[in-house]
Design a binder for this molecule. Structure first.
Ligand code: SF4
Length: 472
């Protein structure tokens, strides 16, 4: 629910956006430079002069990847949709959310997340290879009131970003629209197979402004349909074309495996996504979760090293692609390691279990019995709080994939129960599937870590309370 103060902030923010947007639209490159000049006069020495110069140079260079990205968004996306999204992200999550999250971290001495991922349903209308949803023997759901409660408790804690997965979340699209309508100060993102996206869905997305989607896709038609089933690729492409025709901001989500890395990192794939108007690409390392997982699909150490260096290349302002890339494994250095256990996020499954991460199917709290804050303060999430980061080398961030000794210890210490909806799995069984990879990856990751420059930890959005910093 939105407060009076937020309503006023959004009103003012809307006026500023409308004026700036109209001005920029007249002459994008020229007027962005003028706005930077104006910002420099206004903000004075708050930021180094070289930052303003770097922005100006980027805008003046037609070949700069980020310039191309910004201009294409301004040219092709719906202005009103863009405004509502920026208000939710900028004022809701950015200004008010960040402040509240930080204050609550200090107040409660536990992790408070920036985003919460939850599953409206375990039901899915597809059966992708290696996806645990495909194996669910029964279907379970969070009720609309339970989802409302997650968002209302979350916003009080400062959390203003909600990602929805499943199952296929769009099976519950009407309830998702209700959540978006009731919470214009929050941003919602659905990971979807896109089969339920039609004209009416796009029109509603445009009207709401605080909803986006990440379409699951894995390379070209052959590599995609190999895992997701015949015809999946063409359906995803049709949905992407529709989203673009409505001027929406949307992205893709890619699970990379030892088998599909050449496809999902190819120029052909990325250029096609850019041409199709995709704005962001979220990459996920395959995780061998569940008893039917296929450990041989975990990318090999040389493939992980390739992914790390590939990311640097595709984000480079000269050699990259005009697309916002994020890799949830190899980008850990930007957020100080593992973000789970509520440090930046946690997951709630369709049975209400509060899991530290979408890939860690264990819990000692459930939203049907506990408040979110109780769950964050219960032993499992506190074990994350006290042990993060799990490794000083952020190329080895995960307590399951790269440091499996941690997942065994945490589960043994906290007595958290398996929440796997198909077949219970012990921490030992889970760790047994990653130990070989962890051992082989360690020397490669350590060498890569030494050879490359890393972001300044002071700029990382995490763990900024003095109390938290004292825990190593
Ligand atoms: S538990 Fe592993 S997969 Fe989940 S956020 Fe942490 S590092 Fe990433």
């Amino acid at each position: 629910m939105i407060t009076g103060k937020e309503r006023f902030q959004r009103f003012l923010g809307g006026i500023v956006f409308d004026r700036a947007y109209k001005y920029i639209k007249k002459d994008p490159s020229g007027n962005i430079v003028k706005l930077i000049d104006f910002g420099q006069k206004l903000m004075g020495s708050n930021f180094p002069v070289k930052n303003y110069d770097a922005f100006r140079n980027a805008v003046r260079d037609p070949e700069n990847v980020w310039n191309k990205f910004a201009l294409s968004v301004i040219r092709e996306c719906d202005g009103d949709y863009l405004k509502k999204m920026l208000l939710a992200l900028g004022i809701g999550a950015g200004i008010n959310g960040t402040k509240t999250v930080r204050a609550n971290r200090e107040k409660y001495k536990c992790n408070i997340p920036f985003l919460i991922l939850f599953d409206p349903t375990s039901a899915c209308n597809m059966k992708c290879k290696g996806c645990w949803s495909a194996e669910y023997g029964h279907k379970s759901n969070l009720s609309l009131d339970e989802m409302r409660s997650i968002v209302s408790q979350g916003t009080k804690l400062g959390t203003h970003v909600y990602m929805l997965t499943g199952g296929e979340p769009l099976i519950r699209k009407d309830d998702i629209f209700t959540l978006c309508e009731e919470n214009p100060n929050c941003m919602f993102l659905c990971y979807t197979n896109a089969t339920l996206i039609d004209d009416a869905f796009c029109l509603k997305m445009k009207e709401l402004g605080n909803l986006t989607v990440a379409v699951s896709i894995e390379g070209n038609e052959q590599s995609n349909d190999e895992r997701r089933g015949s015809g999946a690729y063409s359906k995803s492409m049709a949905a992407i074309d529709l989203l673009r025709s409505h001027g929406l901001i949307f992205g893709i989500s890619v699970c990379y495996t030892s088998e599909n890395i050449p496809y999902v990192t190819s120029d052909e794939f990325m250029d096609l996504m850019v041409d199709k108007g995709v704005r962001f690409a979220f990459y996920f390392n395959y995780m061998p979760v569940g008893k039917s997982a296929v450990p041989s699909l975990i990318p090999k150490p040389d493939q992980r090293a390739f992914m790390y260096l590939w990311l640097k290349k595709v984000r480079n302002s000269k050699t990259g692609k005009p697309l916002f890339f994020m890799d949830f494994q190899d980008d850990a250095e930007y957020v100080g390691g593992c973000i789970a256990g509520g440090r930046n996020y946690f997951h709630i499954n369709s049975e209400g279990d509060m899991e530290p991460c979408v890939f860690i199917h264990f819990a000692d709290s459930n939203i049907r019995k506990n408040t979110l804050l109780e769950g964050l303060k219960n032993p499992l999430f506190m074990a994350y709080y006290h042990n993060q980061p799990f490794n000083d080398n952020h190329l080895r961030p995960c307590p399951m994939l790269e440091n499996p000794e941690y997942i065994k210890k945490i589960i043994a210490d906290t007595k958290a129960a398996s929440t796997d909806l198909v077949e219970k799995e012990s921490a030992e069984e889970l760790a047994a599937k990653t130990e070989k990879f962890a051992e082989e990856w360690a020397p490669v990751a350590d060498k890569l870590w030494k050879e490359n420059r890393h972001p300044n930890p002071k700029t990382q959005y995490y763990r900024d309370t003095p109390e938290a910093k004292s825990h190593k």
